[in-house]
Design a protein around this ligand. Structure first.
Ligand code: IMP
Length: 429
């Protein structure tokens, strides 16, 4: 197996960081293909915890190549800070490369993101405020976008940002009465980033395709999750990029014929941050069952408490389908260890009908009531268990039901945040 995409199947925060890190231990290259520093991946190595926002989780393995593909929007200040922090902690960062076609997050992007959100009384998306949406708006609108290839051409970049900043400052003033940004300060700041990052910027599609051709193991690391995908997610309460598996191709310059497997990462229950309907959400008086204790369901990027709920089989089937998932990885099974009765959603009731397929309309979704099956909990600590057959039978049955509803086989089960707290049913590589 040479190329594997890892993708989240819910609303992000499925624990992809741990699995990417696990699979990266045997990979030669890890590729981020979308999103930006709105993502937050936590990886635990021994007693050390690493929180990564832009750099692929694979960076923790010395000598591995880490690619930020063309589909990523990169805030260079955040990237350089993340690189400096990793270096200080003794991590080898020499394998990082950035696509010359990747777009830049400029200082006005987070500002526009935050001002836009705070100015709305209705229809807030609950963004991370990192400027990801406005950066993709510029990309797709085309007029004001700036790519790495532009950053590295000093004369062109100066001209370009003078033009674009005049437009953005005007917009900030007219829409929000904001004073805007000082051109010479931003130019100097970005000219410095350009020189620091110049050696890392290249046509990364050449690198990724060459690695695949040579039979190297390439891991495509999706950020956020399928329900936050701009096309397949719970629109408009989504992020602005293609986080589903298809994005791995467009976001890295690799054709679909080159992808061997799609690994879908799904939590044994559901969580979501930000706004939007969430059919299996637990009421506030029950949420600590999953959020606190081993769940630790607080955002890595913003620290916001996550909304939590039961496993949703309708959503799982949808996500497996739109991603073409070949292997499932079920995360955080241990969070359910103490629960007496576990609920699992098998369909939605919408008015007088039952839905087996995840609806496109959020109005319909908001009116759906989950139809639950109740399954007995196992009330046993599973964190030390290394094989599926050693799991309590109730846990085995719960996992079998997940695989059945999602319609994909389970390759791995995570029973704790440490690297070795993982059950392997079959090898992914
Ligand atoms: P944005 O990506 O900052 O524009 O935020 C859009 C929506 O996606 C919000 O609901 C965020 O909370 C959510 N979101 C963005 N990135 C992540 C992530 O990495 N994990 C979970 N939710 C995310």
């Amino acid at each position: 197996m040479s190329s594997v995409v890892v993708v989240g199947l819910q609303w992000g925060d499925e624990g992809k960081g741990k699995i990417t890190d696990f699979l990266a231990s045997r990979a030669d290259m890890v590729v981020r293909y979308q999103g930006g520093n709105n993502a937050g991946h936590t990886v635990v190595v021994g007693d050390d915890e690493f929180k990564l926002h832009l750099i692929p989780s694979g960076v923790l393995y010395p000598g591995i190549k880490c690619i930020l593909g063309n589909g990523v929007v990169v805030n260079p200040a955040v990237l350089l800070q993340e690189m400096a922090d990793l270096k200080k902690r003794g991590i080898d960062i020499s394998g990082i490369r950035i696509s010359d076609r990747a777009h830049l997050v400029m200082p006005y992007h987070p500002m526009l993101d935050q001002l836009d959100e705070s100015s709305r009384t209705v229809g807030k998306i609950g963004t991370t405020g990192r400027g990801i949406g406005p950066a993709y708006v510029d990309k797709y609108a085309r007029y004001d976008a700036i790519r790495f290839v532009d950053l590295l051409d000093p004369a062109f970049f100066k001209e370009r940002i003078a033009e674009v900043m005049a437009i953005k400052n005007n917009l900030l003033d007219k829409l929000y009465g904001h004073e805007g940004f000082d051109f010479s300060r931003i130019y100097k700041e970005y000219a410095k980033y350009a020189e620091e990052l110049r050696p890392l910027v290249t046509d990364t599609s050449v690198l990724v395709n060459a690695a695949i051709k040579q039979g190297q193991k390439v891991l495509f690391e999706g950020a956020q999750g399928t329900l936050l995908d701009i096309d397949h997610g719970t629109f408009p309460f989504v992020s602005s990029s293609s986080s589903a598996a298809g994005g791995a191709c467009t976001g890295s310059g690799v054709g679909p014929t080159k992808i061997d497997k799609v690994v879908g990462v799904i939590k044994a229950y559901s969580t979501r941050v930000g706004e939007g309907p969430f059919p299996t959400e637990l009421p506030e008086n029950m949420v600590s069952l999953l959020r606190d204790g081993r769940g630790r369901e607080y955002g890595v990027t913003t620290g916001r408490p996550r909304r939590c709920g039961w496993f949703d089989g309708v959503l799982a089937e949808y996500s497996v389908r739109v991603n073409g998932v070949s292997d499932l990885v079920v995360m955080k099974l241990d969070v359910l260890d103490k629960i007496e009765t576990i609920k699992i959603c098998t369909s939605y009731q919408y008015r007088n009908t039952f839905l087996k397929e995840f609806p496109a309309s959020l109005k319909v979704l908001a009116e759906c009531t989950p139809v639950y099956e109740e399954m007995p909990g196992w009330r046993t600590d599973t964190t030390a268990i290394q094989e599926f057959k050693d799991l309590p039978v109730q846990a085995q049955n719960y996992l079998k039901r997940i695989a059945e509803l999602a319609d994909a086989p389970i390759a791995m089960i995570s029973v704790g945040w440490r690297r070795n707290e993982t059950i392997i049913n079959h090898n992914i590589w």
